[in-house]
Design a protein. Structure first.
Length: 145
């Protein structure tokens, strides 16, 4: 019986280390603005280059925190622009450490195995949360004289 109880406690402890998931969620709102407006935005995950979505500026989108992204902005008559959305550690993960004295086994297992925050991607904060791009006018390649 003690082995079943111990196994149950370990399992529940691993799942309970998820403060960032509860506080921040698994997605984050990103705003993309261009000057001029009306540009096409393609957002790709950096992991497998899979196109996540295509939008028109000004745009606001909810992106999963699990991935980093490439953002390509294009508008006829303007040079294309490219930006990145990276990941940095989410401060809400510190909540897992706060419960350390009370729930040390769950926190330790959560940090070692990843816990809920790792599996949901909530351990990350996407940065920047707002992208502002001023597109540059493309010069004509063949100017008439």
């Amino acid at each position: 019986m003690p082995k079943v109880l111990l196994a149950s406690l370990v399992f529940l402890s691993v799942l309970s280390a998820g403060c960032a998931t509860m506080v921040s969620g698994t997605k984050q709102r990103i705003k993309i603005n261009t000057q001029p407006q009306g540009a096409t935005v393609v957002i790709e995950e950096t992991w497998d280059r899979k196109v996540s979505m295509t939008l028109t500026t000004p745009a606001e989108v909810q992106l999963p925190r699990k991935y980093s992204y490439h953002v390509t902005v294009d508008k006829k008559g303007y040079y294309p622009a490219r930006r990145g959305i990276g990941r940095k550690p989410n401060k809400a993960v510190a909540g897992d450490l706060v419960i350390l004295p009370i729930h040390w086994w769950g926190t330790l297992m959560g940090l070692v195995l990843g816990g809920a925050d790792h599996f949901t991607g909530a351990i990350w904060t996407l940065s920047p949360s707002e992208i502002n791009i001023e597109l540059k006018v493309a010069e004509e390649v063949n100017k008439e004289k």
